[in-house]
Design a binder for this molecule. Structure first.
Ligand code: NAP
Length: 250
């Protein structure tokens, strides 16, 4: 029996990288999975490659209508929503001097507005499920970053958004607690995905050499922590943030 047997999970930005690893790991533990991504073809292809019940939907997490539609698509297709992972993310790195207001706003919007909208829609569905006895609770996992704890050169937008996600997680954890809806966050360090492969080679080397475990993390190493937080293994955890960094910035 898998850790998420009979549960329905929705993962934003799930077509690749960490989100895809989470969708695959959840499916392997028995969940039905909806992969939401800004790229419909990529979301559909990712869902088709999942071993188990899965669907792909297009959603821009910044758009309130898209977010409402992605949650509705999940309940229409699988009848319920037990786990939401707010994972979609972008970077627009530049020093403060060079960063444009547009770059600042894009990153704040995707991470903060996207996570807020996702939680608003999901919490309503999860609360209703608990109220009418169809669920014992729910779980929301928000993807922060170690950048939100320590700040990174050129990431005044991203670090602010990722730190904001931690505060938002704690606030909604307080609101969800009496309904047995747990809300937690993950702060990955340097994980081997398209996002980090886009960094200059010397920056990648510098990042790796600062990690006590001396290597980048793999997406599935974040996915395993998301599984913990999403499952009953974490039944008494809410409002926490787990670092997945290979010991970096401890
Ligand atoms: P990734 O490989 O770039 O994947 C992110 C996914 O989100 C992509 O499929 C992307 O689509 C999608 N996306 C972007 N904007 C979106 C939007 N507005 N609505 C819906 N989907 C959108 O990134 P990743 O490395 O797996 O990162 C996943 C999460 O972990 C992000 O929140 C990131 O900030 C966080 N994180 C990553 C690292 C790391 O080292 N990789 C470290 C700490 C935190 P497109 O490709 O089409 O834009």
């Amino acid at each position: 029996m898998g850790l998420l047997e009979g549960r329905v999970a929705l993962v934003t930005g799930g077509a690749q990288g960490i989100g895809l690893a989470i969708a695959q790991r959840f499916a392997a533990e028995g969940a039905s999975v909806v992969i939401a991504d800004i790229d419909l073809d990529a979301a559909t292809a990712a869902a088709e490659a999942i071993d188990g019940p899965a669907a792909g939907v297009r959603a821009d997490v910044v758009d309130p209508d898209d977010v409402a539609a992605m949650v509705a698509a999940t309940t229409d297709r699988f009848g319920r929503l037990d786990v939401l992972v707010n994972n979609a993310g972008i970077t627009r790195d530049a020093s403060l001097k060079n960063m444009t207001l547009e770059q600042f706003r894009q990153v704040i919007d995707v991470h903060l507005q996207g996570t807020w909208l996702g939680m608003k829609e999901a919490l309503a569905v999860m609360k209703a499920q608990v109220a009418d006895g169809r669920a014992d609770g729910g779980a929301i996992v928000n993807m922060s970053s170690i950048s939100g704890k320590i700040g990174n050169f050129g990431q005044s937008n991203y670090a602010a958004a990722k730190a904001g996600i931690v505060g938002m997680t704690k606030s909604v954890a307080r609101e969800g607690a009496k309904h047995a809806i747990r809300v937690n966050a993950i702060q990955p360090g340097f994980i081997d995905t398209a996002m980090t492969r886009a960094m200059p080679a010397d920056a990648q080397e510098a990042a790796t050499s600062s990690i006590p475990m001396q290597r980048a993390g793999q997406p599935d190493e974040v996915a395993k922590v998301a599984l913990f937080l999403a499952s009953d293994l974490a039944s008494y955890c809410t409002g926490i943030t787990i670092e997945v960094t290979g010991g970096r910035h401890m």
